[in-house]
Design a protein around this ligand. Structure first.
Ligand code: SF4
Length: 447
């Protein structure tokens, strides 16, 4: 059970020395209880208290690393049921499933698609994170060969060994143990053998059981046998089953600090109809999955799922921003129009997208307004005539353009007069109120 703030306080030194950054030990204890502080911040806590408090201050969902190297994926460490309570911490990983019964040609094609799946959205690299290799042949020799092939074609991509046959799993794990694959496929009837493989090769172990109750007893057994890094699959395949199973697991972990269910969840979401699969995967992403295994990769599907995941896993307390600078859209010459906007990511991407649509090569001055949108930044005094004038002067754009015309968003038309005074020699042009008016505006201006 989680300790209350008062229970934690009783274990602290009670000297109120403030070295932890809090005014009193009680204030620090309250933050520890809410998991908003780390015990490391108190240098004077006793070893005995550390032992007791270590568990209380650890995230209720254990951190697990899938894979090794630059593309390794961290999962777990979640502390809340709802994003608005604080934030969701580690975005769920997407894996595509490859059956070892498919032809080598098919397998190579899928691996190539995984490697090519990476896109850049709002400054973040998004991709299919892992490959799940399913032992559909039930043939240990074939399974090991396919595992080696996939690993050599995608050396940096984390691998999930999706295999319920312990001897096939053992050969495959041995072949790529240095990649720290997730060995998924332990259940009641093969637990001993799978635990031994995971322990021998220090890989995380994926447990499968029908429903949270059976899963928690399986997890307790695996832990008692010496496995710490566990991923759990409650076996649900439908949207309803995933919502029910995953929610029960997350509630038990977060609200009750119930350790046998305090592990990242894996959902195998594979359907014949890609649309249904995408819909169910969306539910899994929204409801606590740490790994979602898909049957196929399509660009439209990736875009939908990447966007949903990104939106859920951004910190709602931190605005998304892009770098302050002059962005070139197309290949603008010295006569190309110059526009200005703020550095809120969404604003930047919408405005730059519309400028691209216009096919008029342009420059877009993006000003640091702490990630606020145009109107909010203006209302907060961050997108003012003085600050815009200073930014334009310091940006060096005066050396890039022959003209002295700056297009400002229509929503801040009120700034035009003052800005002309502050930015000597420049003409201020009021652009459209909404970004979708930019293509017509720019084309008319260029005509
Ligand atoms: S550093 Fe430790 S002893 Fe000092 S105020 Fe913080 S909790 Fe108390």
């Amino acid at each position: 059970m989680a300790l209350s703030g008062v229970e934690i306080f009783k274990l602290l030194p009670k000297t109120n020395c403030k070295k932890c950054g809090f005014p009193t030990c009680l204030a620090f204890a309250m933050k520890l209880a809410q998991r908003q502080a780390s015990l490391d911040a108190c240098p004077d806590v006793s070893e005995e208290a550390k032992k007791i408090l270590g568990e209380a201050s650890a995230p209720p969902v254990r951190a697990i690393i899938l894979g090794a190297g630059d593309k390794a994926v961290k999962m777990g460490e979640e502390t809340v049921l709802f994003r608005h309570e604080k934030r969701f911490v580690n975005p769920c990983a997407f894996a595509v499933n490859i059956k070892d019964s498919e032809s080598d040609n098919e397998i190579e094609k899928k691996v190539a698609m995984v490697i090519a799946s990476e896109i850049d959205r709002v400054g973040q690299k998004l991709r299919i994170d892992a490959i799940s290799i399913e032992c559909a042949s039930n043939d240990a020799v074939r399974y090991e060969a396919v595992t080696r092939m996939v690993s050599s074609r995608a050396p940096d991509t984390p691998i999930i060994l999706n295999c319920f046959n312990a001897s096939a799993a053992e050969a495959a794990v041995k072949a790529i143990a240095d990649k720290k694959p997730l060995l998924y496929g332990a259940r009641l009837d093969n637990l001993d053998a799978m635990v031994n493989i995971a322990k021998a090769h220090k890989t995380p172990l994926g447990l499968y059981a029908e429903g949270p109750e059976a899963l928690s007893s399986l997890a307790e057994k695996a832990k008692a046998m010496g496995v710490e890094d566990i991923v759990i699959d409650p076996g649900a395949k439908s949207a309803k089953g995933i919502i029910e199973g995953n929610t029960q697991i997350r509630r038990a972990a977060i609200k009750k600090n119930f350790k046998p269910l305090g592990y990242p969840i894996i959902n195998i979401v594979m359907k014949d109809d890609p649309l249904i699969e995408t819909a169910i995967a969306s539910v899994a992403i929204a409801k606590y999955a740490s790994i979602v295994v898909l049957s196929s990769i399509e660009r439209w599907k990736n875009l939908a799922l990447f966007t949903l995941r990104q939106n859920l896993y951004t910190d709602p307390q931190v605005p998304m921003q892009v770098e302050q600078k002059i962005y070139k859209i197309g290949e603008p010459g010295p006569d190309a129009p110059l526009m200005i906007t703020t550095n809120f990511s969404l604003t930047y991407f919408i405005v730059s997208g519309e400028v691209e649509n216009s096919k008029v090569p342009s420059r877009l001055a993006v000003m640091d307004c702490e990630g606020l949108s145009v109107l909010t930044a203006w209302a907060a005094g961050k997108f003012t005539a003085s600050r815009i004038a200073q930014f334009i002067k310091e940006s060096g754009v005066e050396n890039e353009v022959k003209h002295r015309e700056l297009i400002i968003p229509g929503q801040v038309a009120i700034l035009s007069g003052t800005l002309e005074d502050k930015l000597e020699g420049w003409k201020i042009i009021v652009g459209p109120r909404e970004a979708n008016g930019l293509p017509t505006f720019l084309k008319t201006k260029a005509a």
